[in-house]
Design a protein around this ligand. Structure first.
Ligand code: AR6
Length: 183
């Protein structure tokens, strides 16, 4: 039975089999959690961008991804925490605005990563709050969309048993718990 949990932590050292990156469509890991993952995994951000772009070409045969499409790269140095894969997905850009179209893009981004992890036989997966940083989507809506999308995925899940939403700051962690009525 799959379960969903909100935790506070740093996703670059979170002990799960797969972590998800909140990427942009070109996998240019220039800031936010993407930069942190790239630096922690490869020790050098430019090198992880190179690895990611090469993986995108191999896996999808193109040089940019759409919402719902994902690319998998090796965890490299993150293997010390038991992480085997980094799954790159792209959420919507909001700039403070939220609507049905953005929600659908986020749903696709989350579902794409969940499906890929399931295909890889992963049991545990951790997500950052995709689009809630530089892309400016309201955290409350992002958290709600995560809960709904994981619930939707329940019916098709095969290997995944545990999905974590990892919030980086104490403030965002508290907000997320409040949104779900957990505190
Ligand atoms: N662990 C967990 N969460 C983190 C960490 C961490 N180590 N570091 C930051 N966060 P963002 P986006 C949180 O901006 O909004 C990049 O440049 C952060 O506090 O990383 O989807 C990409 O290349 C926030 O709550 O992603 C894209 O161009 C959440 O992760 C663009 O940013 C997501 O913030 C994507 O923007």
């Amino acid at each position: 039975m799959l379960s969903f949990e909100i935790v506070r932590g740093d996703i670059t050292r979170f002990p799960v089999e797969a972590i998800v990156n909140a990427a942009n469509k070109y996998l240019e890991h220039g800031g936010g959690v993407a930069y942190a993952i790239a630096r922690a995994a490869a020790g050098n951000v430019a090198e992880y961008i190179r690895i990611s772009k090469e993986a995108m070409r191999e896996q999808l045969g193109k040089s940019s991804i759409e919402h719902g499409e994902v690319v998998v790269t090796p965890a490299l140095r993150l293997e010390q925490y038991g992480i085997r894969y980094v799954i790159h997905t792209v959420g919507p850009y909001c700039g403070g605005v939220w609507d049905g179209e953005r929600k659908e893009k986020l749903r696709k981004a989350i579902l794409g990563a969940l499906r890929k992890a399931d295909e890889l036989g992963v049991k545990t997966i951790a997500f950052p709050a995709i689009s809630a940083g530089i892309y400016g989507c309201p955290l409350e809506e992002v958290v709600r969309t995560f809960k709904e999308t994981v619930e939707e995925f329940l019916k098709e899940a095969r290997s995944i048993e545990k999905v974590y939403l990892v919030l980086y700051s104490e403030e965002t962690y508290r907000m997320a718990l409040e949104v779900l009525g957990l505190r």
